[in-house]
Design a protein around this ligand. Structure first.
Ligand SMILES: [Ca+2]
Length: 394
């Protein structure tokens, strides 16, 4: 079994917790075959692109401003993340729109040879940052949009090719009107009694706490940044991904709860009979949301190239068809005690101060352990990406 090792960066496929399969990992590695020198060039290119990023007025709305480190490098899928991380730390130093700055590098990062030389003029097409390039080189994983660049007609705004019609700046609040289950077993609304503790029955979603004390549903495809948010346990909700361990803990605290300990989380997942899967001792296909055939980043960006794994903050990733599901959609993915989606759908942060998220997600519940034993430990609590969710205990 391949396992992740905290703090190490090797070419072992288990270092890529969000890849759909080992085959996918091999494709990426072969397709981009980085050497240390190439990576240094890439980092230099990325830094230069950040320096030439879009003007503030071109950036997406404030909801994308995380105010926290987007630890993209550690998930980038490169063989030596330490060097890539160095570039991302430069990005993180840009206090506003760290993730967006990372995105700004997307169009060129995939084709560093084509784009070698002076950085091209930056542009934005449909809210997606891109570069002004000759249409002859804007092919494959990218598509051109006319009328957005200076110069000749063949110089057009070249952006990553999205496989769906998702607007990466679109703010949606799909959980409005939902309410938590009635209190039960001495636990608050939306929670389930498990031995000595209570645990959210569902992967958490967020409410934004407004200045007047009121609340409204937070758009679940966006990192909350420094926004005051409160965890909720809602059946039928789009659960909150894109959240760091630190933010998850704060959202639980805002609800009078806390992140589950590793022991609590595993006990809840394994149930009273201590089974490896929430539904029993033997893996059953399709019971939980854990086997999407195509990695969402591969589908969204239309390529398996390594660069896509450093651009896993896109709100569109969790809006692809047959990807993230609303909580308890998989009605059989429940423990005997009544806790849903512990396996698959979204990873779930636990209270480990060193950074652990558990249970796998909608692409994979195998690579870092089977079912309830799945644990990703490659990231600090400041990391977030589309696949990182949580639930609370108390
Ligand atoms: Ca889960």
């Amino acid at each position: 079994m391949m396992r992740q090792r905290r703090g190490t960066v090797e070419s072992d496929s288990a270092e890529y917790p969000h890849r759909g399969s080992e085959n996918l990992g091999r494709i990426r590695k072969n397709a981009f075959g980085y050497t240390g020198e190439v990576k240094r060039v890439f980092v230099a290119l990325l830094v230069s692109l950040v320096a030439c990023g879009p003007a503030p007025e071109e950036l997406p709305p404030p909801t994308r401003d995380s105010g926290v480190e987007f630890d993209a490098g550690s998930d980038a899928g490169f063989d030596a993340g330490a060097e890539v991380d160095a570039g991302v730390e430069v990005d993180a130093g840009v206090e506003v729109d760290a993730g967006v700055e990372v995105d700004a590098g997307t169009p060129d990062a995939g084709t560093p040879v084509v784009d070698a030389g002076p950085p091209p003029v930056q542009c934005t097409a449909g809210g997606v940052p891109g570069s002004c390039l000759d249409v002859a080189v804007c092919t494959g994983t990218r598509s051109p949009t006319a009328g957005l660049c200076p110069g000749a007609a063949n110089i057009q705004c070249c952006t990553p090719r999205y496989a769906n019609a998702c607007d990466p700046n679109g703010v949606v609040r799909p959980n409005v009107g939902l309410s938590e289950d009635a209190p039960d077993g001495g636990c608050p609304a939306g929670m389930q009694r498990v031995t000595t503790f209570c645990i959210d029955r569902y992967e958490a979603s967020l409410d934004e706490v407004l200045a007047d004390g009121g609340t409204r549903g937070w758009p679940p495809y966006f990192n909350p940044g420094a926004t005051r948010v409160r965890a909720r346990s809602l059946r039928g909700a789009v659960p909150q991904g894109y959240i760091s361990g630190t933010q998850a803990a704060a959202a639980c605290a805002e609800a009078g709860k806390r992140l589950c300990t590793d022991a609590e989380w595993q006990r809840a997942c394994r149930g009273p009979a201590n089974t490896l899967y929430p539904y029993g001792p033997t893996r059953m296909a399709g019971v939980c949301n854990d086997a999407r055939g195509v990695h969402p980043a591969v589908e969204l960006y239309g390529t398996g190239a390594g660069w896509i794994y450093s651009h896993i903050d896109s709100p569109c990733l969790n809006q692809l068809d047959a990807g993230l599901l609303r909580t308890a959609t998989k009605t059989g993915c429940v423990t005997p005690e009544g806790v849903f989606d512990l396996m698959g759908n979204l990873h779930e942060w636990t209270a480990d101060p060193a950074g652990t998220f558990r249970g796998g997600f909608y692409v994979d519940t195998v690579i870092n352990g089977n079912g309830c034993a799945y644990a990703t430990t490659a990231h600090t609590v400041s990391h977030w990406d589309y696949s990182t969710g949580f639930r609370c205990c108390m």
